[in-house]
Design a protein around this ligand. Structure first.
Ligand code: SAM
Length: 244
């Protein structure tokens, strides 16, 4: 998968050199290219922003510089363009899965009050463009949001996780975990500071362990994410689930 990221802070993306994503880049599974937006400015100050039409506080990123940058980066190609913004559609595991199936993604990192909306209109007529929010809070810029999305998408690419089953059992994974968060996990020793690992996990009984994990996932979802629990499709619940 090819990923292009346009930003005024390329140094934000140093973490993409480490861990799973760093290894995926070394192996060539991920081809990440980070571009400095200011390289497409033409004034001595390398200006990327201007005052907003209609007044108000803050500055808005100028369309001309974004247009030149995106045109150069994509050439004749057609990546799917992801614009991080708090006003976008929510970034979910489902969307991460969908994006993991794309060959090429282009991320545009906004700063200040965001990017002039005509940039989205312009490329929306030529590319698939998604405005995406990583949560109901406001960050100072799109860089952290893009790091979040790249990590969530990157770990779903074939061969990136040591064990592909991990992604299937994860919170929010499509299938049996859709709308569920994962239950608690444990490792050795069996007793730590008087806290015991639930005996069923030591039983070796795969059926009972699967049942226990499902129950715990349901309980945690009801407790921590009641809005997700309310959306559980009754068709996906078995008799045991309904009793919980
Ligand atoms: N004035 C904008 C608003 O209220 O919607 C907020 C702009 S924010 C200070 C600057 C940039 O940070 C945005 O253009 C976007 O790229 C990024 N950003 C901030 N919060 C975000 C979020 N929750 N999800 C994705 N991107 C976000």
């Amino acid at each position: 998968m090819r990923l292009d990221i346009i930003t005024i802070f390329p140094e934000y993306f140093a973490p993409l050199d480490v861990s799973l994503i760093g290894k995926a880049r070394e192996r060539g599974t991920l081809d990440v290219r980070v571009h400095q937006l200011r390289d497409w400015t033409h004034d001595v100050h390398k200006t990327v922003d201007d005052t907003p039409y209609g007044g108000g506080p803050g500055m808005v990123m100028k369309p001309e510089v974004w247009g030149e940058a995106i045109d150069t980066v994509i050439g004749d190609g057609a990546p799917r363009m992801i614009v991080p913004t708090p006003s976008g559609r929510p970034f979910t595991q489902e969307l991460a899965q969908e994006l993991a199936g794309e060959p090429w993604l282009l991320f545009t990192c906004g700063r200040y009050e965001g990017i002039d909306s005509r940039v989205i209109a312009e490329y929306g007529s030529r590319l698939r463009v998604d405005e995406v929010s990583i949560g109901d809070y406001v960050l100072a810029g799109g860089e952290v949001a893009v790091l979040v999305m790249v990590e969530a998408v990157g770990r779903l690419l074939p061969g990136v996780l040591g064990n592909a089953q991990s992604a299937v059992d994860d919170s929010f994974a499509p299938g049996s975990m859709k709308n569920l968060v994962e239950g608690p996990v444990y490792t050795k020793p069996p007793v730590w500071r008087g806290h015991e690992v639930p005996p069923v996990l030591l039983s070796g009984h795969h059926g009972k362990i699967a049942r226990w994990r499902r129950d715990q996932a349901l309980r945690r979802t009801v407790l921590n994410r009641p809005e997700l629990a309310a959306e559980l499709d009754p068709e996906t619940l078995d008799k045991h689930d309904r009793r919980l």
